[in-house]
Design a binder for this molecule. Sequence first.
Ligand SMILES: [Zn+2]
Length: 78
Amino acid sequence: MVTYAYRCPECGSVDLTFPLGRAPEHASCPRCGTWTRRRWTAPALARLPRGIREAHAREERSRDEPEVVSRPGPGRRL
Ligand SMILES: [Zn+2]
């Protein structure tokens, strides 16, 4: 289980736990039941085992900077 930060309009910041990668974008606040929205913050990742944290960081980073950058070499044009 991983702790994710949500923003409740009534309570402010609340922490909810979900299995890794299963956190919904919206969830009901555990205190008041109001619909909360997930906050995309990094601190919770520090609680993860190193391997998972690095994999997660790599995944997030690859959204903007794909790791696989291959260019067709000379003579390989279709
Ligand atoms: Zn609340």
